[in-house]
Ligand binder design. Structure first.
Ligand code: UDP
Ligand code: MG
Length: 316
């Protein structure tokens, strides 16, 4: 049993243009943090935010020594900002959450209880969210089914980036140096004793979602191509099917020749064209799968950092 007094907490919050939600969120968070007996630090990772947000963060850091701010040199994206937070946060327990109020801070004491009872990972799982558009709910469900199947992972559907990680898990994640980061997958991959904590997501305090459709597609791409070689195998399977079809066709044509019926063979322009198009399409698909993987390999071998820090106001 871990004792509550014995450990320190780091709370990691990626922030991208949240001037409308941030003050309200911070207020809620502090109300919870004030009641904890633990030494707590709050890490806001400014992911290239606008002037208004930067001013608010500065002000929060001036007024409260628990507040730490890491400023990235531009917008690197949610997963990169989270990674920066995990890399730099001090504490035996690290909790990551969104800065828009959708992840209720009131859940933190429950997460800590689970940690104390021996869990290393507590994953927040969104219960049915009626505020979310149907399209987002549907695509997200489909996505988790797919990625768990082809990536051989066990990510709970509707998992959020609202979770608690023990120091050991954070250090394990830090030992994964990949550039394309899909943290929900990586957390599932590292193992350790983990538990799901369902919660009802709140509405955004203010502002709009920063996950544009493009950013969602990018996340899905990172998840699929960095966790799975299955797309390559799909390509292989389709290729194999075409060899089989070709073999059947050869046998079919041969049967005409063997029975002396070869004059009956039509000059099959349409079937030829059909095959040509399908084979062409398949080849292009397979080659582009391979191309994407090569692109990913290229980016990994360059060993570029996932993010760059411009300024840091932290304890260490
Ligand atoms: N975020 C970020 N960088 C980005 C996009 C989002 O740091 O490029 C932050 C954002 O400020 C928020 C969290 O990541 O604190 C989750 O984003 P958001 O609430 O927009 O996503 P949603 O909840 O709509 O999926
Ligand atoms: Mg949100």
């Amino acid at each position: 049993m871990r004792k509550q007094q014995d450990y320190q907490i780091g709370i990691v919050v990626p922030i991208y243009n949240e001037s409308q939600a941030l003050p309200g969120f911070h207020h809620q968070l502090i109300a919870v943090a004030d009641k904890l007996p633990n030494k707590t630090r709050i890490y806001y990772i400014d992911d290239g935010s606008d002037e208004d947000t930067v001013l608010i963060l500065d002000d929060l850091a001036n007024r409260d020594e628990r507040v730490q701010v890491l400023t990235l040199s531009r917008n690197f994206g949610h997963q990169a900002a989270l990674t920066c937070g995990l890399d730099h946060a001090l504490g035996d327990v690290i909790i990551s959450m969104d800065g828009d109020g959708q992840n209720p801070p009131e859940l933190i004491p429950e997460m800590l209880k689970l940690y104390q009872s021996g869990y290393d990972i507590v994953v927040g799982q969104r219960l049915e969210d009626k505020t979310q558009p149907f399209f987002k709910t549907f695509t997200s469900k489909l996505f988790y089914k797919l990625i768990n199947l082809i990536g051989n992972l066990d990510i709970p559907p509707n998992a959020a980036d609202f979770r608690l990680l023990s120091r050991q898990v954070v250090d394990s994640l830090k030992s994964l140096p990949e550039y394309h980061r899909f943290l929900r997958g990586m957390v599932s991959w590292v193992g350790f004793k983990s538990v799901i904590l369902p919660y009802s997501p709140h509405e955004r305090i203010g502002g709009e979602t920063k996950y544009t459709f493009r950013k969602m597609l990018k996340l899905a791409e990172d998840a699929i191509f960095s966790f799975s070689l299955v797309p390559l195998r799909i390509g292989l399977a389709i290729g194999g099917m075409f060899y089989l079809l070709a073999l059947i066709e050869v046998i079919y044509v041969l049967s005409f020749w063997l029975t002396g019926n070869q004059p009956k063979l039509e000059p099959g322009w349409s079937s030829l064209m059909f095959m040509l198009l399908i084979v062409g399409g398949t080849l292009t698909t397979v080659v582009s799968f391979i191309g994407i993987y090569i692109g990913y390999i290229f980016q990994e071998v360059k060993q570029r950092p996932t993010y760059l820090i411009k300024k840091s106001r932290t304890d260490d």
